[in-house]
Ligand binder design. Structure first.
Ligand code: PGA
Length: 246
């Protein structure tokens, strides 16, 4: 199984999201080979779910609040997304960590909120350019994994990891596929401390319709989390077809 996850961030508004979703539901792909999850902006999630219900496309949230309910202005809980019909939620995306100041502790609480309610968390981890320059990539990833997963029972629950080097996101400078493959293998080994399951590990950071094949064809990379390029229907569908052929 290969995973094509589309993180639309704040790129598409309500109407634009609906247009891409409606184009995509006209198309067929082999669900035994590819899992497609769209992460529209929160205002478009309800309509995206209505349009895709019963079909092969899944819908996820870009972020969740760690609390379940209450006085949290502007926040939306994992339960609320689950009740709407979401299956997944991105947790700890680097834009949440570095622009909105989310800590490893916040990320941990959000993972727990997702697992408690039955949303599959897509845990994003990745080193910054600074980490990379200072040979701290493994240190950063180890720390993010430890804080997110230590002591959690994830043997019976699904969880996805997205390896997203911060310097590669939105920069047009994707990480070399061989390097990504090695890092994903390293992550898979690290994860053995937390679960006996094999966890799908995706790569994200300047993936496009051309370079996607090199990632998907790599042994240790199970899929991709794509940002800007995934907002364009034809390019997104091209990536889905590429995944199907692998
Ligand atoms: P990008 O974003 O594909 O636009 O680089 C990836 C991500 O943030 O998940």
């Amino acid at each position: 199984m290969k995973y094509i996850y589309a993180n639309w961030k704040m790129y598409l508004d309500f109407d634009e999201s609906n247009i891409v979703v409606n184009q995509l539901i006209q198309k067929n792909f082999n669900t035994e080979k590819v899992e497609v999850v769209l992460f529209p902006p929160s205002i478009a999630i309800a309509d995206s779910i209505k349009a895709t219900v019963g079909g092969p496309i899944l819908i996820g949230a870009q972020d969740v609040a760690w609390a379940d309910k209450g006085a949290y202005t502007g926040a939306i809980s994992a339960r609320m997304y689950k009740d709407l019909g979401c299956s997944h939620a991105i947790v700890g995306h680097s834009e949440r960590r570095y622009i909105f100041g989310e800590t490893n502790e916040d990320v941990r609480k959000k993972i727990e909120a997702c697992l408690d309610i039955g949303l599959v968390p897509v845990l994003c981890i990745g080193e910054t350019a600074d980490d990379k320059e200072n040979n701290k990539t493994e240190y950063r990833l180890k720390k993010q994994l430890l804080k997110a997963l230590d002591g959690l029972d994830i043997n019976k629950q699904e969880i996805i990891i997205a390896y997203e080097p911060v310097w590669a996101i939105g920069s047009g400078e994707p990480c070399d596929p061989i390097q990504v493959d090695e890092t994903c293998m390293w992550i898979q080994n690290q994860i053995k401390q937390y679960t006996c399951n094999i966890i799908p590990i995706l790569y994200g950071g300047s993936v496009n319709e051309k370079n996607v094949v090199t990632y998907l064809a790599s042994k240790n990379i199970q899929g991709v989390l794509v940002g800007s390029v995934s907002t364009k229907f034809d390019l997104l569908f091209q990536m889905i077809l590429s995944a199907e052929k692998i």
